[in-house]
Design a protein around this ligand. Structure first.
Ligand code: TMP
Length: 225
């Protein structure tokens, strides 16, 4: 993706807004993304929903490799390969889905984005933030989500909820220390960028959490219209 195109996009006042939802596995992203979409529908906002890794044909293949569900490749993945695969999927996603939609004035609601890289690869895999910041600059230029909803639960709660679902993926199979580092890295992002990353206590009943997520979305729209 051409840097100039990304730079003009972020300056374009008619562009769509970019909302992401994040959290450890088991935090409740799937149930809460609906709360965001319902608010956008109430406001008659045009949007697309997508996910990372994935969102394109290539991205979905890379997702399978990264999550260990692609039968063509089930071998090991080095930490640096993992990081670059995540960004390869992201570059394709920006090119084919995210940037064209935002340019047309369509909002994009994405299940995970680069904050997940800071949390999982930066925190979980101990890769730190410097390399990720360089790749972020290279792949996204100045484009970042306009609002990120971060669902936070204690590690054991996420572990129990995710464990109650289907077969664990390559990240869910990691130990509790990995998951604690993921949570800590997410909390650091919320602390460093409070205007963008909105922390939601997801260790509550679903209705309360969905209410909080809806409220944040209403507020985001009210601040911009
Ligand atoms: P999920 O979207 O179904 O939650 O699963 C995606 C998994 O991929 C999740 O365990 C987090 C992981 N992931 C990364 O490790 N780095 C990334 O940059 C992204 C987007 C996801």
């Amino acid at each position: 993706m051409n840097l100039q195109r990304l730079e003009s996009l972020v300056k374009d006042s008619d562009r769509g807004y970019f909302i992401t939802i994040e959290g450890q596995d088991g935090a409740g992203k799937s149930s809460n993304i609906e709360a965001i979409l319902n608010v956008l529908k109430k406001h008659d906002i045009n949007f697309v929903t997508t996910r990372e890794p994935g969102g394109t044909e290539l991205g979905e293949v890379l997702r399978g490799v990264l999550l260990g569900s692609n039968s063509t490749y089930t071998g090991s993945i080095s930490d640096m390969s993992e990081l670059l695969l995540v960004f390869a999927a992201r570059a394709q996603h920006l090119d084919q889905v995210i940037v064209p939609a935002l340019e047309q004035g369509t909002w994009v609601v994405c299940d995970r984005f680069t904050d997940a890289t800071f949390a999982y690869q930066g925190g979980g895999r101990n890769m730190g933030s410097e390399t990720i910041e360089r790749l972020q600059e290279l792949v996204q230029g100045p484009l970042k989500p306009d609002m990120t909803v971060l669902l936070d639960v204690p590690v054991q709660v996420g572990e129990d909820r995710a464990g109650a679902r289907s077969k664990p993926d390559r990240f869910e199979l990691e130990n509790i220390e990995f998951k604690q580092k993921v949570r800590d890295a997410y909390l650091k992002l919320a602390n460093d960028e409070p205007n963008r990353v909105k922390l939601v206590n997801a260790n509550n009943d679903l209705e309360t959490v969905q209410g909080d997520v809806a409220q944040l979305t209403h507020q985001f729209i009210a601040d911009r219209t």
